[in-house]
Design a protein around this ligand. Structure first.
Ligand SMILES: [Zn+2]
Length: 347
């Protein structure tokens, strides 16, 4: 079933059902439930007995295959890293013996590679098995690299008959304009805070407001963040940010070195963004519970230094996967932060 805040969007999508376009591009902020929405649509067009609201029945043979990712007319294309994450989370629940978890020595790719797009050609050339339609779900589209984007573009320019491409993008601005123009664009917004909070509470979250704010209003991200093991680490980091202290930075870096670096840098990016926002507008977005502290700190930092810090954090995020020493990485991150509050050194 689609999420409750997607009802209107679902109705709006039905206008395409009579004459399906070759490609639909769902776009909007990450964590709003776009993948889930597009998967529901894919399942509903392959379903043999959809309901009157055009929702998949969940009971026919096609639906059975679909939910097991074995429908012969359906392909899902996404970076390897997402498969690896799924495999990891199911391994955790199955409690495999320790040490058996990371059998692969190679890092799973974060890109959609050209061989994944080439593999679609065979799929496209085989006649369809059931409903006379084949569906490709591809996400996130910004993970296409230059070569794979061009290969996909060729397919979109001369779409094989009876095929439907569903692309999903969290970063519409990063896509090739030629890809965007070949797709029917379909924007999916975030739910309003009330609806999102209600849904999160129904999922069992007690501090739904806090999680929702931290994830910029994106309910799926909020739920995922609340279930991750990184919370304690992030809280400790926020404590450091609230009371910048050169001496403590080294101790904290030592303690946080087991927390995934991307999660720590994201936390720092959000903190900087809030400092920046409160300085300019008097409001915060991600950490309303730290509003007073943020206001006091923002007053102590010159705007241009804050802008530079935001840029630095962005660069740090980009290299956070390749860091050789987590402890050094966090130390630098914290020390740079503390230096923001010291007098500026003019070179
Ligand atoms: Zn069905």
């Amino acid at each position: 079933m689609i999420y409750p805040w997607q009802q209107d969007d679902w109705q709006r999508l039905q206008q395409y059902r009579e004459r399906l376009p070759h490609a639909i591009l769902f776009h909007g902020q990450e964590g709003s439930g776009k993948v889930h929405f597009a998967e529901n649509f894919a399942q509903s067009v392959l379903c043999e007995r959809p309901t009157i609201d055009a929702i998949a029945c969940g009971e026919c043979e096609a639906c059975g295959w679909f939910t097991q990712y074995s429908h012969p007319d359906y392909r899902r294309v996404r970076p390897e890293v997402l498969d690896a994450e799924d495999a990891e989370s199911s391994a955790e629940t199955e409690e495999e013996p320790a040490g058996k978890k990371s059998t692969s020595s190679r890092n799973p790719s974060k890109e959609i590679r050209i061989d994944q797009i080439r593999a679609l050609a065979t799929f496209m050339n085989v006649s369809t098995h059931r409903a006379g339609l084949r569906v490709v779900l591809l996400y996130p589209a910004e993970a296409l690299n230059g070569a794979s984007a061009n290969a996909l573009l060729k397919t979109l320019e001369e779409p094989p008959p009876n095929s439907l491409f569903l692309l999903i993008s969290h970063r519409y601005d990063r896509l090739l304009p030629t890809i965007r123009s070949r797709c029917q664009s379909f924007a999916l917004g975030l739910p309003d805070a009330k609806a999102a909070t209600l849904w999160l509470e129904q999922q069992g979250l007690t501090d739904a407001d806090k999680w929702l704010a931290e994830q910029g209003g994106a309910p799926i991200s909020a739920l995922a963040a609340s279930q991750s093991d990184d919370e304690e680490g992030q809280e400790e980091l926020l404590g450091q940010f609230a009371r910048p202290d050169m001496a403590k930075a080294l101790v904290v870096a030592e303690r946080l070195q087991k927390v995934p670096l991307t999660s720590l840098v994201s936390c720092q990016q959000r903190w900087y963004y809030d400092l920046f926002l409160i300085k300019l507008t008097g409001k915060v977005r991600y950490y309303p519970r730290h509003e007073k502290t943020l206001l006091a700190l923002a007053k102590q930092i010159a705007l241009h230094r804050l802008q530079q810090a935001l840029r630095d954090a962005g660069e740090r995020r980009a290299v956070s996967d390749h860091s050789l020493s987590a402890r050094l990485f966090i130390e630098n991150m914290l020390l740079d932060y503390v230096r923001l509050f010291s007098p500026e050194v003019v070179a």
